[in-house]
Design a protein around this ligand. Sequence first.
Ligand SMILES: C[S@@+](CC[C@H](N)C(=O)[O-])C[C@H]1O[C@@H](n2cnc3c(N)ncnc32)[C@H](O)[C@@H]1O
Length: 310
Amino acid sequence: MTDEPVDSRAAIDAVGDRTAGELDPRVHEYTAGEDQDGIPFVGAGPGDPGLLTVRGKELVDEADLVVHAGSLVSSALLEEHCADAELVNSVGKDLEELIPLMRDAHENGRTVVRLHSGDPAVYGAALEQIDALEREGVPAYIVPGVTSSFAAAATLRTQLTLNGVANHVAFTRPRGKTLDAEDDHVAEFVEMGDVTTCIYLGTHAVSDTMDRLLDRDGVDPETPVAVVYHASWDDEDVITGSIADIGEKVEAAGYRASAMVLIGEAATGAGYERSFLYGDWANGGAADAGSDGSNSAGDAAETTETEADD
Ligand SMILES: C[S@@+](CC[C@H](N)C(=O)[O-])C[C@H]1O[C@@H](n2cnc3c(N)ncnc32)[C@H](O)[C@@H]1O
């Protein structure tokens, strides 16, 4: 333990020049989800305690201290899986406060878990904490979770990629206090047509975002939009509409945070084409089928399709 202030900027700078060829050696030693030394950064999933991974559950069940992402981690999950741990809400705390808190607990022999909402890899700001901890001599690693756009797709009973409808997915956020207007690419993704655009951190700005889209010649105002508030929570709510009317509907509902905005035809789950995966092309003709329905041509096609399109 040290009383020296944590220099989180130096930790970020220290990895700033790293290239792809200079990855942390642990990248090659462990697979995702494997137990490792240090503090796990666990993806809590979208909220339903049942959507925490098995590995994440094992880790929080054993934790003495859980530092969680405040209102984005559902209280149901904290009650169900973290009842025996000390809980600290990270909202409003800066790195200079969070890092010594986790470091000291770890060095005092306590089992620490950092719990992020959804998956830590998506708008999670996990890496700067991991690098700062490691600079303090505390190893850390990531345990993935279900990101909220996947939960929203499940709620909507649709796919984010859908044959003949959406070939791509964009995870994005709209301009605001922490994103300059020139770095807001929502309109470009929507204009592409075959992209499902998943907007994180944009609930408060649905009307503004839609108004900007309506100003673009390349955007169809009737493009479907679904807004899923608190996906997988008990108070989950779904609002559907189009670029032309969704802003008004969300304002009427009063949601200002914690919703996923999905733009694109895939949000409706309609209009798709049968995929190649379960079609004649994949099966290579019924004559080759074995007694269990399998055949080598089908297996090969499935591999190709899975890698290429599904
Ligand atoms: C700071 S980001 C964190 C995202 C998280 N790491 C993830 O993978 O879902 C917070 C944003 O994620 C979205 N979000 C998180 N949980 C959600 C949920 N259960 N339902 C809908 N949107 C959610 C909202 O757009 C919210 O503004």
